[in-house]
Design a binder for this molecule. Sequence first.
Ligand code: MG
Length: 267
Amino acid sequence: MRNIFPLLVVVFLASCEDVKKGQPQQSTEQTTVTETITEKEPTTPEQTEYYSPKPPVVSINPETGIPSDAIILFDGSNFEQWVSTNDSTEVKWDLNSDGSMTVKDQTGNIQTKRNFGDIQLHVEWRSNPDSKGSNQSKSNSGIFLQGKYELQVLDNNDNDTYVNGQVGSIYKQTPPLVHAALPTGQWNRYDVVYHAPEFDSNGDKAKSGNITVFLNGVLIQDNTEIKGTTEYIGWPKNEAHGDGPLMLQDHGDKSGVSYRNIWVREL
Ligand code: MG
């Protein structure tokens, strides 16, 4: 036994070296495949490393948390980036002293002057704690990507509705993975990654849009396909379009929803 021990150590060390080199022990059948791949693989760490182009540097505002390359769409000071959707006149919603805005009933949707394609979006919103509505009439608003695809805003705390119309749904299409809204009246945060649909030269959809959404840091839409426009009545439509505005909804039932701190990064 004393004579075998050094040999066992050598075998053990050799086995460790194989693993270190990325050559785990394989069955005979697997070894053939592994050897073929290994012949094409680099043999030094440097062969899989590159140094340019360098990613641009983005700094974060320590007070607001907003990235330096973001386009600020609403910081509470004015409506300069927005117009009324109906007639492109100035926004008639309420601008509040706390840095937020509130939907003014029956004045219509508002939308950005700028058009966007693929974006990262940050929006904060708050349900109306005084709302007496129910179902789809309790603090109903919405955030429309490219003016067409609604990410629902609704107060679903103790308020049932169809699940593909509840808060965090892609309206009438996909419910959220979970209900992650804060208690009514508290400020919620949407963080969104949106990729616009693509259309071919005939105007047919070549690739669906998709959306990933975090509500208060919780994943609620995971690379969800957007099937088309988010219609109240009827099926999604897919007419070709280019970049479009970000639109906020006046649902027309005294929703009283407020928004603040809205910014995007173009992707
Ligand atoms: Mg809505």
